[in-house]
Design a protein around this ligand. Structure first.
Ligand SMILES: [Ca+2]
Length: 89
């Protein structure tokens, strides 16, 4: 995701929507990555056998500049069943 035209820092209550289809969310680690590479963990292998992460997280991003390209990364302990994800802010 890329944000431009905004001065100052990102909000302290940045909303991050996560929509991941996966059949065992206990496998998953989901991080929000700031333009400078800072990592904000959203989900860390909780939920065990539950399906899918469809949730909005609130992140205190006030130490990050608002402009720039961030990203959302998810990974799994079992690469043979890769997760698909989309993220928006
Ligand atoms: Ca940072």
């Amino acid at each position: 995701m890329t944000v431009s035209g905004v001065t100052g820092n990102a909000p302290s209550n940045l909303s991050v929507g996560v929509d991941i289809v996966h059949t065992w969310i206990g496998d998953l680690v989901v991080d929000l990555i700031a333009p400078d590479g800072s990592v904000y963990n959203l989900h860390n292998r909780t939920g065990s056998s539950a399906d899918n992460i469809q949730q909005t997280y609130t992140v205190n991003a006030s130490s990050e500049v608002a402009n720039g390209a961030g990203s959302c990364a998810s990974r799994t302990r079992r690469p043979r069943t890769p997760a698909t994800s989309t993220a928006s802010s």
